[in-house]
Design a protein around this ligand. Structure first.
Ligand code: ADP
Ligand code: ADP
Ligand code: MG
Length: 496
């Protein structure tokens, strides 16, 4: 066992801070790496030491394996945590860290390689009897053959990039007539976005729900699951709201999905934190989608319901410690919901809305957690992912967590940019979400920009507020004017 002394965090924003906080609590020194755009970022300031690794573009900084390893050597760090995104699922990064004699906080390069390819992952898990979405098991090379397979599976189908991620590299094909055109586009998109043109076909599951399991393995071969997260509220195939536990799983289904998730991890000799994603159809049949070989954006909801610190657990496992509990020791406590606060305009197709945080006031109180990387007055750099913060609420029941979330959203004050908060509030109040009867089509089905427009009673309230302020100001003016001996209206002048 090697006790980690100094940890370099190869990431930025909220996740870099989140990792460093746990490291500090464990007595581990921290090193930040930052790009020129992040010179004054919170993660740069929080760390014990910080090393600039290049210009703002990710390709010249946060994606530079050589510079990050050099920064670790220069500062005598003995381990590297990759966070999520960037190099977190890069096999070469994990291997080079190992070759440099450092500890990678994550699984083996071999496991990253298998699970990094959706096709290789399916092949590996099929041997463990994990249910798969009907589809092709090899990259498509012959369009005529593929068309035949698509017909057998039945439309609509989904064309997916094997190397895809972050909701990118997916195309739904509704009917045979558009098959070839969509296939050509999918291949060229996959090549340009992921440098790998391999695509495959999956049946498009109707009314799909995204339910994933948090798993943990150690280097002695123990594997446990930390229950599920429901992540069906999405836009552009990417999550915006996540919760734990799911509103629809029965204890039996939870047990069988948990077992399938553990088998997925077993199929690639997994250790560290990982997430096994499943898609579930209307009849609650579940199918393996992919495994993410890193800490997930939405890991806080799992921390809230289990009371565990997943980053500390990752560090302990990387040091060679065994998981300090058994499956049967774990229990679900209450209910947690996370909303992702993106600098995006929900009224304009959720397009990024980059700018300066003119007002930024976080909600507070019992059961509320905000994981963020910004402060009031800071600009959101356009080089990176536009996520500003994650707002997490934990309460005894799902209903209480929803009410808490609405209160927290109302207390969250952000001006200067548009955010996804209004959309998230709309979801919290929606009957489909409240009842638990929703799927990944929620935003498409129910959301229109009009719902964000101020409601009539709110307009009235605002008008009443304006009127009160005006009356007060008039009264003040009178007072100031009457107090001014030479008759000059100083108050007005000062106000200008
Ligand atoms: P999660 O899977 O953890 O719920 P996301 O799907 O939103 O979260 O992805 C996590 C982060 O990783 C985001 O910052 C996203 O932009 C980034 N990301 C995920 N996959 C890729 C990829 N293949 N290429 C580039 N960025 C990615
Ligand atoms: P990524 O690597 O981009 O996260 P995933 O395979 O995890 O890709 O899929 C992301 C999302 O796309 C899912 O959460 C779901 O909303 C949708 N999706 C993926 N596969 C299917 C499918 N076969 N049928 C319906 N929806 C799907
Ligand atoms: Mg996914």
């Amino acid at each position: 066992m090697h006790k980690i002394q100094k940890l370099l965090v190869a990431n930025r924003g909220e996740i870099a801070l989140r990792v460093m906080r746990s490291a500090r609590e464990m007595g581990v020194a921290t090193v930040a790496v930052y790009s020129e755009a992040d010179r004054n970022a919170l993660h740069t300031r929080f760390a014990d030491e910080a090393v600039c690794i290049g210009p703002p573009a990710s390709s010249e900084s946060y994606l530079r394996i050589d510079k990050i390893i050099a920064a670790a050597k220069q500062t005598n760090a003995d381990a590297i945590h990759p966070g999520y995104g960037f190099l977190s699922e890069n096999k070469e990064f994990a291997s080079k860290i190992r070759e440099a004699g450092l500890i990678f906080i994550g699984p083996s390069p071999e496991a990253i390689e298998i699970m990094g390819s959706k096709l290789a992952a399916k092949e590996a898990v099929a041997k463990f009897n994990v249910p798969l979405v009907p589809g092709t098991s090899e990259p498509i090379s012959d369009i005529t053959k593929a068309k035949k397979v698509a017909k057998e599976i039945g439309y609509p189908i989904l064309i997916k990039a094997s190397a895809g991620g972050g909701g990118k590299g997916m195309r739904v094909v509704e009917e045979e007539a558009s098959f070839e055109e969509q296939m050509d586009r999918a291949i060229s998109e996959a090549k340009s976005a992921f440098g790998d043109g391999s695509v495959f076909i999956e049946k498009y599951v109707s009314s799909p729900r995204h339910v994933e399991f948090q798993i943990f393995g150690d280097q002695a071969g123990n594997i446990v699951h930390l229950f599920e997260r429901e992540c069906s509220i999405q836009r552009r195939h990417q999550k915006v709201i996540e919760e734990a536990p799911s509103a629809i799983l029965t204890p039996e289904l939870r047990a069988s999905m948990g077992e399938a998730a553990i088998n997925v991890a077993r199929s690639c000799g997994y250790y560290g934190a990982g997430t096994v994603e499943f898609i579930m159809d209307e009849k609650m049949n579940f199918y393996f989608l992919e495994m993410n070989t890193r800490l997930q954006v939405e890991h806080p909801v799992t921390e809230e319901i289990t009371g565990l610190d997943l980053v500390k657990l990752q560090i302990k496992i990387a040091q060679g410690e065994e998981i300090p509990f058994k499956q049967e020791d774990l229990h679900i406590h209450g209910h947690a919901i996370e909303v992702r606060v993106y600098a995006e305009d929900p009224a304009n197709n959720f397009l990024p809305d980059i700018g300066t945080l003119q007002t930024y006031i976080r909600p507070q109180g019992h059961g509320i957690r905000v994981d963020d990387g910004f402060e009031q007055g800071m600009a959101i750099p356009f080089y990176y992912d536009p996520m500003i913060a994650k707002l997490i609420c934990h309460a005894e029941s799902r209903e209480d967590a929803i009410e808490k979330m609405i209160r927290a959203i109302d207390d969250y004050e952000i001006t200067g940019i548009e955010t996804t908060l209004g959309f998230c509030r709309f979801v919290m109040e929606h009957e489909a979400f409240r009842s638990g009867h929703f799927d990944t089509k929620f935003a498409e089905k129910y959301f229109t920009p009009e719902v964000l427009q101020t409601k009539p009673n709110e307009v009235e309230q605002q008008l009443a507020g304006v009127l009160a302020v005006t009356l007060l100001e008039q009264a003040k003016t009178k007072m100031t004017i009457s107090a001014s001996s030479n008759g000059q209206n100083k108050w007005k002048k000062n106000r200008l």
